[in-house]
Design a protein around this ligand. Structure first.
Ligand code: ACO
Length: 330
């Protein structure tokens, strides 16, 4: 049986950080407000492009898997903040790592990495690809209005990547199940308006980003979307709740994670949470969390992981992953 197993992983966090206390020096906010409502303590701010961070994460992932760019059959990059619309930035990463293969971006906002993982799994299980690089990378702070305190405090920059490889084995392993969905009724509650071909070029504010955001509505729909898909992938993979060793959720808000875990009927300790250090890095949160969980020994050979995400659209996605034997780089 053809399985799709994670064999390499890597992340890139730009060195500059902005703490909640730093934000409070120029914005009417406080460390207490941000921490108590979101769990965020600081975020990383990039001065390089999304593709530059994605390239570093990809290089680490390739090294961890003992592979080179030329070994890849496909590159899928999830991002809502690409440095260029044309060409796609997977192509930029591809050039940087000397790969010769298919390469494309997907915009499923914060669910972009798990959407990519699902697509890559389908390619591998159907025999179309043997090795796929899946990346989540964002430079969302570039899109922020630093005078809009309800959104400016939430996001950070970074990238994470994994290598998904075909493994032939009798027992199912790797990505056991995945699901993706979108709630189009909620497409206007999280939006960066005015760009793309919607842009009114004659407007004096044409080049200003307008972040539209209804935090409480997103909160509710995020829980509903992620818990529905989380239950679906557990059922489809035949995984009991007791068999889940670790939940690696999208890191948008620690209260969303707590509520999700509770709704799924899992113990709080099973959630991996690292939002304090990074804020919401959108499509990059899940692969960065995988890297940190491995670094901290929270993932062991043969562990069963559940990952869930939601994002603008409102997209949602989930996957059950049975980890292989590799928990340190080759
Ligand atoms: N500092 C201080 N006060 C603030 C700030 C801030 N940074 N931002 C907003 N406020 C004020 C508002 O002006 C408002 O004041 P008012 O009541 O006088 O009008 C008040 O705080 C709102 O407070 P709450 O309603 O208690 O805020 P809430 O508990 O809803 O928390 C939050 C806001 C954190 C955004 C929450 O709604 C949330 O987590 N939403 C979902 C998660 C989310 O949207 N994440 C973003 C990314 S989405 C994604 O990942 C795709």
């Amino acid at each position: 049986m053809l399985n799709a197993q994670i064999t390499g992983w890597g992340k890139c966090l730009p060195p500059a950080t902005l703490s909640n206390h730093d934000l409070a020096t120029f914005m009417d906010t406080s460390d207490e407000w941000i921490r108590s409502r979101t769990g965020i303590g600081q975020r990383h701010i990039s001065h390089v492009s999304t593709s530059a961070m994605a390239t570093v994460a990809a290089q680490h992932a390739l090294a961890a898997a003992g592979l080179q760019g030329s070994d890849l059959d496909m590159i899928i990059l999830g991002s809502a903040s690409p440095d260029t619309l044309v060409p796609n930035i997977a192509a930029t990463v591809q050039a940087n790592i000397d790969a010769q293969c298919a390469a494309f971006d997907i915009n499923a906002a914060c669910s972009g990495f798990l959407y990519g993982l699902g697509l890559a799994t389908a390619q591998i299980k159907s025999g179309q690809a043997k090795r796929v690089l899946v990346i989540g990378a964002e430079r969302l702070t570039f899109l922020l209005d630093w005078l809009q305190r309800d959104t400016a405090v939430l996001f950070g920059d970074g990238a994470g990547a994994i290598i998904l490889e075909a493994v032939d084995s009798e027992e199912p392993q790797g990505v056991l199940s995945y699901a993706m969905n979108n709630d189009p009724q909620a497409r206007d509650i999280l939006k960066v308006a005015g760009f793309g071909t919607d842009m009114d070029r004659l407007s004096p504010t044409a080049t200003e980003f307008q972040f539209q955001f209804e935090g409480r509505e997103i909160f509710k729909r995020a829980i509903a979307g992620m818990s529905a898909l989380g239950k679906q992938v557990l059922e489809e993979s035949g995984t009991d709740l007791d068999d889940v060793d670790l939940v690696v959720p999208h890191q948008a808000n620690v209260r969303i994670i707590d509520t999700l875990i509770n709704k799924l009927g899992l113990a709080k300790e099973k959630a991996f949470i690292n939002i304090e250090n990074y804020g919401n890095t959108s499509a990059a949160t899940v692969p960065i969390a995988l890297c940190d969980a491995l670094d901290q020994g929270r993932i062991q050979p043969g562990d069963t992981l559940l990952s869930c995400a939601f994002g603008a659209g409102l997209t949602s996605a989930a996957a059950v992953i049975k980890w292989g034997s590799r928990i340190t780089p080759v």
